[in-house]
Design a protein around this ligand. Structure first.
Ligand code: 4AD
Length: 430
């Protein structure tokens, strides 16, 4: 490291009398009784530093330095039971690395303004808490995937066709041809199971979705799994075990960060498998009994899902959707050809769908028929159809929207807060 510093969170009361060097940003500042109190922030947390008149130059600099200026502070540790970490720093030296006269973000900034200056909003410890939780959730996912024998693969993002319907494809010029940004790695993961059986990937997925809801981004991080020799019920077990591990592990490692937004941890603790399994038919009955205008065969949107989540204090599956409202690749239910072997995982507290998954149609003719029914050209899916001709096996998989999971875990009011630089129809900058 460039400088020999320690982190704010590592300053402990038992270090009383030790001289330390810290580096970070001026989080808060006030002057009382001839002393300057600077709360220093770094990636680990905050600590109070105090500059008295007798610190000479340091005191003068402390008086002048602006909020969010970058600074290096040297001083002596003082135990103080009133301090949040039980300790504070008696400041002796202050180096202003870059002084900030006026930081544009103030307390009453509107959400829209915060997004306009997202590059500066990232100074906020609250934003850092969300990013830490997101990173920890993926760390947990990797731990689980590794111990359960899944191979990570790296599928392409530049693709030639739709997975989730043509209307939300982002089109671009690829030399003299048209190409698209991937909506889902699924079709490529399906190809990869023939050599690896259990595969996963984390990729950005793109949806040219104009819908301005609190759960849609045009670019999001998609965790997808695909497993050979697995039926719908097998893959649901994988989903609940993975989600359970991700949530429990993150609670273990990041409870403090979670609690910056979420006060009640009950639903997160309620993630021991098995999750409730509700059929689409039952879901429609529940909705109708609660006065929602919905008929069998209609898709559930965010509003319907929100009403349904009122019935549960934990994540739950809805399975057995009508085939015609679901994607072409989902396997037809042999016991009821009107339905697909598909299930979504819904998060409680109004959040709704966080995972979409299904058993895949492994019958060549049925798959061709579904592609045609969806108004697509089987010619564009030749390689994908080949997978049903050369050693086809029953298989299933799912996709999890990482921002949606983080939004629920941290109780955020919009998925955009779960992303570093959100992309929505109206936001491509910064
Ligand atoms: O339900 P979706 O569209 O399913 C697929 O893409 C499958 N091909 C995945 C698979 O089986 N491999 O998307 C899966 C998940 C959703 O449940 C949701 O969490 C998230 O991706 N998602 C979005 N997240 C943010 N913004 C959007 N516009 C999203 N669209 C889907």
């Amino acid at each position: 490291m460039m400088i020999d510093k320690i982190y704010c969170a590592d300053v402990k009361p038992d270090m009383e009398g030790q001289r330390v060097k810290l580096a970070g940003w001026v989080y808060r500042k006030r002057e009382v009784g001839g002393k300057v109190f600077i709360v220093l922030r770094d990636s680990s947390g905050i600590i109070q530093t105090i500059f008295k008149k007798d610190s000479g130059d340091a005191y003068k600099l402390a008086k002048k330095v602006g909020i969010e200026s970058s600074v290096i502070i040297e001083g002596t540790v003082k135990a103080d039971p009133r301090a949040p970490t039980g300790a504070e720093i008696q400041g002796e030296k202050l180096e202003v690395v870059q002084d900030v006269e006026f930081f544009p973000i103030t307390k009453d900034a509107s959400p829209e303004f915060l997004l306009d200056v997202r590059h500066l909003h990232l100074h906020s410890p609250k934003v850092a808490a969300v990013m830490k939780v997101k990173a920890t959730m993926m760390q947990a996912a990797r731990e689980w995937l590794l111990q359960d024998g899944w191979y990570e693969v790296f599928p392409p993002i530049l693709v030639t066709g739709a997975v989730e319907g043509g209307s939300t494809l982002f089109k671009l010029k690829y030399f003299d041809r048209d190409a698209y940004l991937s909506q889902s790695a699924q079709l490529y993961l399906e190809a990869a199971i023939f050599g690896l059986e259990k595969v996963w990937s984390l990729t950005p997925s793109f949806r040219a979705e104009k819908s301005r809801t609190r759960r849609h981004l045009t670019e999001y991080w998609h965790l997808e799994l695909e497993g050979a020799w697995m039926d719908l019920w097998d893959i649901l077990k994988v989903e609940e075990e993975l989600i359970s591990y991700m949530v429990q592990r993150t609670l273990e490692l990041r409870q403090k960060e979670i609690e910056t937004f979420r006060k009640d941890l009950t639903t997160l603790k309620n993630t021991e498998p098995p999750f409730p399994r509700v059929s689409y038919d039952e879901a429609i009955d529940i909705l109708q009994s609660k006065g929602v205008q919905i008929e069998w065969g209609e898709d559930m949107g965010a509003d319907e899902e929100r009403v349904l989540t009122e019935e549960f204090d934990r994540p739950f599956f809805v399975y057995g959707y009508p085939k015609h409202i679901k994607a072409f690749y989902m396997k037809e239910d042999p016991e009821d050809p009107r339905k697909a072997l598909a299930a979504d995982l819904l998060a409680p507290e109004g959040y709704g769908e966080i995972i979409g998954g299904s058993q895949r149609e492994d019958d060549y003719d049925k798959l061709v028929q579904r592609i045609i029914e969806e108004g697509m050209d089987p010619k564009n899916y030749e390689w994908y159809l080949d997978l049903r001709k050369y050693g086809s096996v029953p298989h299933s998989g799912f996709g999890l929207g990482l921002e949606r999971l983080v939004a629920w875990v941290m109780k955020l009011d919009h998925v955009r807060w779960a992303t570093l630089f959100p992309r929505t129809p109206s936001r491509l900058y910064p």
